[in-house]
Design a protein around this ligand. Structure first.
Ligand SMILES: C[S@@+](CC[C@H](N)C(=O)[O-])C[C@H]1O[C@@H](n2cnc3c(N)ncnc32)[C@H](O)[C@@H]1O
Length: 279
């Protein structure tokens, strides 16, 4: 399928509606949001690539899932997945997606569910999808184990013949990033997948300590005749160590939403009004 010519103003205005709806990122859980221009390009490409498919998102603070559904509805492009399911352990993200989808009439296209990757993948989602998308914690301090965990959950969601895209660090100057890329490819190959394509260094993030660190799209596809995964399982032990960085073990079940936050508006605790003197 050929890319459609994007009306840039229309596309960026729609992306900006989604950005206004995103909860503030929690750095301690590797929530580091993609930059707006890259979100436009990523949404268009993923929508085109997975046109007509059932698409699972394993974690999505960036809100690419919502962008895909919304930009299509706004006629920024005319293609996209048939159905999108997001799972994320942050209730703020799950609720923000649900509220936006409800307001914009997208609830029949996109649904979101609270789920922590350490738990067995939900029975009713096992083997239900044509493709998955994940932008996981990048595994700098655990040799890519956190990437493998998210990719494994994505693979559990797939029908036998399936594909996925893993968005991870890609910088030839960083040894850890090269090691994680290799570990991810070895792991997915062991699970019955081959690398179909790698789009190198295509995204930038709001990452103050490494603003130039880019990520790639690593596309994997199942070998013919692969059977869907029959049973999922709970994770424990070594796989949870250094999950979000050195000494940052995965020890949280969910991030809960406290009250309803109006995301595009300044929280009242962050400012104070000083009035003009009466004349
Ligand atoms: C880890 S971040 C990666 C960076 C990405 N650019 C972002 O900010 O979304 C991706 C998503 O994974 C979610 N996440 C982190 N740990 C998780 C876990 N244990 N189970 C499920 N989702 C998780 C985060 O809430 C976030 O939405």
């Amino acid at each position: 399928m050929k890319a459609e010519r994007l009306d840039l103003r229309h596309a960026v205005n729609a992306i900006s509606d989604v950005i206004q709806n995103r909860p503030m990122p929690l750095r301690e859980f590797d929530q580091i949001y993609m930059k707006a221009g890259d979100m436009v390009m990523q949404s268009e490409y993923i929508a085109r690539r997975f046109d007509g498919k059932d698409l699972l998102f394993v974690g999505d603070g960036d809100a690419i899932s919502l962008c895909i559904a919304y930009l299509r509805q706004r006629k920024v492009f005319s293609y996209g997945p048939k159905r999108i399911q997001l799972v994320d352990f942050d209730e703020r993200i799950v609720h923000a997606v649900e509220r936006f989808a409800d307001k914009e009439g997208l609830s029949d296209v996109i649904t979101a569910r609270l789920y922590n990757c350490i738990d067995a993948f939900p029975d009713d989602l096992m083997g239900q999808f044509d493709a998955f998308y994940t932008n996981p914690p990048w595994g700098a301090s655990n040799d890519g184990e956190s990437v493998k965990v998210f990719a494994e959950r994505g693979i559990e969601g797939l029908r036998g013949d399936g594909e996925g895209v893993i968005v991870i660090a890609d910088d030839p100057k960083l040894d850890w990033a090269r090691r994680v890329l290799k570990a991810t490819q070895t792991f997915t190959a062991d699970m019955g997948f081959f690398v179909q394509e790698m789009q190198s260094q295509v995204h930038l993030y709001h990452l103050d300590d490494a603003p130039e660190l880019r990520s790639c799209n690593l596309f994997i596809r199942s070998e013919p005749g692969r059977a869907p995964v029959a049973k999922s399982y709970q994770l424990h032990g070594a796989r949870l160590e250094n999950f979000y960085g050195r000494e940052q073990k995965l020890h949280v079940r969910y991030v809960r939403e406290k009250g309803r936050v109006d995301y595009g508006k300044a929280p009242s605790e962050t400012y104070e009004i000083e009035y003009l003197e009466k004349t």
